[in-house]
Design a protein around this ligand. Structure first.
Ligand code: AMP
Length: 543
């Protein structure tokens, strides 16, 4: 064996920062202010990051210490994304939408020492603070009445004042590329949330792969509307990919409802975007009612976090926007697959490919494992649990190890069920726990939801398995009916009967004002099941 002659330069967040600040120093972070936009350049972000690192060091933050954020998507949050890992500490964006007890559990589990809080979130944070056992310092970003933190026993600082006293350069340490750079917790639909700790190396590699043409296709010519929250898998790693490529970022801050989001798009004119389907569904509804809104700058929207329905894809197509489907997980940094049809796909097959979750991004490896533990072939039909491995996929959970429920001999068990075509396109049929097991057959809740969402009178539909004496489990369909539309569930069932086999048709139906969502905007099926169990739904039984 001979050794290579290549340099062994560590892949560090600090190098991404330096690259973005020098090579793409003029690229922008545009943040929504509610009345307009605020703009800074990457070179300013780098100066801010250096000042923030100086300030944190001054507060006693040491390598490995956890520095949390409690923030929206904005330029200061991007500064923290770089400052904290680059100085050798560990960035921990807290999910501001969780219940206070969950946030406290997560912050205590991670032993966060410092929290940077957006001023607009301070009142809620102040109530939470007494439960955060390890926090010693709170830095408030923006104008706020910091008196709400009086008597809390922690140091309280104003972000800008703290930074103004610091140098605009920082002597970044040469950290091990395998050391911890950032962490996020999984949504934790069962049991406690679990921590995933990303390394400098994993973040760097992920950023490069994510930017590739058959993935997000990012370049210095793009302005990317990053709706996916910075507390959700590091905003899918996009701020790091932006600094690798010079992609400018459009950050909506707290202006996330359809109306201000549409206004922000009009003002900032991003050409690409990334977010969960719910956001785009809401935006399209708004545009329907306000056709004068100018969103013509948008060409590509990445849809991930939940399945992109055919209806959503077609509605985007009708506006000249390409919906690009992506799949991933907190455990995967999150990129797993990205859907762009093969170049030689026949015209009639293109949309089918676009609706799959997509092809695996190098160097993600995948296998399907059947219920008996045997590997399932990639024939586009056979279904199994998806397992993955790769350099940005977690091998264990923070302080919990690699138990057999989640890991299988070096592979991560995703808990997602589906098939893979011979040419490597993943088609998910369900979460393992959401598959409806009816009399020994599996019914895909996702498939039923997709068909229902295609009905013109339906805004959204969620289908869950509920206990059934005869079949073990049967589907319950909950639907949100479009305002002004009139449709009854018998008609919806008949509509569904033209799409799926009779034995898959739900008997139980409920029209609901909205589908409950998790903190990151996915259908919260736990709540629907509980509402059904407690008789809180107005259920009509058909068939
Ligand atoms: P999280 O870690 O909160 O991002 O959740 C990851 C899970 O979201 C995955 O395991 C999938 O069940 C689901 N998910 C993510 N992207 C998609 C997608 N494109 N289609 C269907 N489910 C998805």
């Amino acid at each position: 064996m001979i050794t290579s002659t290549m340099m062994d330069v560590p892949l560090q967040v600090r190098r991404l920062l330096e690259h973005g600040a020098t090579i793409h120093g003029g690229s922008r972070v545009v943040t929504a202010t509610g009345t307009g936009t605020h703009e800074v350049r990457f070179r300013d972000i780098a100066r801010g990051a250096a000042r923030l690192a100086g300030a944190l060091a001054g507060l006693g933050v040491k390598p490995g210490d956890r520095v949390a954020t409690f923030m929206w998507n904005n330029h200061r949050h991007v500064e923290a994304y770089f400052a904290v890992p680059a100085m050798g500490a560990v960035l921990h964006p807290l999910n501001i939408r969780l219940f206070p007890e969950q946030i406290a559990f997560i912050a205590n589990h991670a032993t966060d020492r410092v929290v940077i809080v957006d001023a607009s979130l301070l009142p809620g944070f102040a109530k939470l603070l007494p439960a955060l056992k390890s926090v010693r310092h709170v830095i408030v970003a923006g104008q706020a009445d910091r008196a709400v933190l009086d008597g809390s026993g922690v140091g309280v600082y104003d972000y800008e004042t703290l930074l103004a006293a610091q140098h605009q350069t920082y002597d970044w340490p040469d950290v091990d590329e395998r050391s911890a750079a950032a962490m996020c917790y999984t949504s934790g639909t069962t049991g406690h949330p679990k921590g995933v700790v990303y390394s400098h190396r994993s973040i760097y590699l992920h950023a490069l792969a994510e930017a590739m043409p058959d993935v997000f296709d990012l370049s210095a010519r793009d302005l990317l509307l990053t709706v996916v929250p910075q507390f959700h898998v590091l905003a899918w790693g996009l701020p790091y990919a932006a600094f690798a490529t010079g992609t400018s970022l459009a950050m909506p801050d707290r202006f996330l409802t359809p109306e201000p989001l549409a206004a922000f798009i009009e003002a900032a004119r991003p050409n690409k975007g990334a977010g969960v389907p719910t956001v785009w569904v809401g935006l399209l509804e708004h545009l329907e009612a306000h056709p004068e809104t100018g969103v013509s700058s948008l060409t590509d929207l990445v849809v991930g976090g939940s399945a992109m329905s055919e209806t959503l894809m077609r509605a985007l197509d009708a506006r000249g926007i390409t919906g690009l489907h992506a799949w991933g997980m907190t455990e995967m940094s999150p990129l797993g697959t990205f859907s762009r049809p093969p170049v030689d796909a026949a015209d009639e097959d293109v949309d089918g490919y676009r609706l799959t979750q997509g092809r695996f991004a190098a160097p993600v490896e995948a296998r399907l494992v059947g219920p008996d533990g045997d590997e399932v072939g990639w024939d586009g039909e056979s279904v199994g649990e998806l397992q993955v491995r790769g350099p940005w996929i977690t091998a264990s959970y923070f302080q919990e190890g690699d138990d057999e429920e989640h890991f299988d001999e070096g592979w991560l068990r995703t808990g997602d069920v589906g098939s893979v075509t011979p040419d490597g396109y993943l088609r998910l049929t369900d979460r393992a726990r959401d598959v409806i097991k009816s009399g020994g057959e599996w019914i895909s809740s996702v498939e039923l939801e997709g068909h229902l969402a295609a009905h013109p009178a339906v805004v959204e539909a969620a289908v869950v398995g509920v206990p059934d004496e005869k079949w073990g489990e049967r589907p319950l369909a909950t639907v949100v009916v479009r305002e002004g539309a009139s449709v009854d569930v018998t008609e919806l069932r008949e509509f569904l009967a033209t799409k799926v086999a009779k034995w898959q048709l739900p008997e139980r139906w409920a029209v609901v004002p909205e589908i409950p969502k998790t903190s990151v905007g996915k259908f919260d099926k736990k709540i629907i099941r509980a509402a059904y169990a407690h008789d809180d739904l107005n259920v009509t039984t058909l068939g």
